[in-house]
Design a protein around this ligand. Structure first.
Ligand code: CTP
Ligand code: ZN
Length: 152
């Protein structure tokens, strides 16, 4: 994309999550626990034309780097995302997301009787399958709309 076409301005320091499937940007923010109330400086491009994806979303978060756990969960909704670490306006690192074997503490189990959803201080844990995730405690599988089970 040329400078002339740039829709969302460059950021100085922080993280750009690029090549997110069109329409998933708000779910990316949910994974990062950002709802605006914390005062974070965020820019979003939604359904922007992309050579590789047709349409893509882009999320730019000023002053924030992502944890491995956040990147792992991102991979479930944006398997082709690129994570760009920006310092002093330059891309200093470009990471590809990888599908993890397990994700902990970010999704909540839909089974109300699951031990991970009760009063016990048990961190939710899901094994990642080819076509969804499976609760490590009760074997409930989430296949569709994983983003709806993000626990923030
Ligand atoms: N970016 C930004 N602020 C900066 C530098 C880069 O917001 N100071 C954004 C760019 O707009 C782009 C992403 O970070 O969305 C990656 O930047 P860059 O690597 O320069 O772009 P491309 O080469 O197009 O990236 P890729 O090869 O990953 O598609
Ligand atoms: Zn469960």
């Amino acid at each position: 994309m040329t400078e002339k076409e740039l829709r969302v301005s460059k950021i100085e320091n922080g993280t750009v999550i690029d090549h997110v499937p069109g329409g998933q940007a708000l779910n990316v923010l949910a994974i990062l626990g950002i709802d605006g109330s914390g005062g974070e400086e965020v820019s979003i491009g939604m359904n922007v034309p992309s050579d590789a994806l047709g349409r893509k979303d882009v999320v730019k978060v000023e002053g924030r780097e992502l944890s491995q756990n956040e990147v792992d969960v991102l991979s479930l909704i944006a398997p082709r995302a690129t994570i760009n670490i920006i310092r002093d306006f330059e891309v200093v690192e470009k990471l590809r997301v990888e599908r993890p074997e397990r994700v902990k503490g970010v999704l909540s189990c839909p089974n109300a009787n699951c031990i991970s959803t009760g009063d016990e201080p048990i961190e939710s844990t899901f094994d990642v399958l080819d076509d969804g995730v499976r609760c490590a405690y009760c074997d409930t599988i989430i296949r569709d709309d994983i983003a709806a089970h993000i626990d923030v």
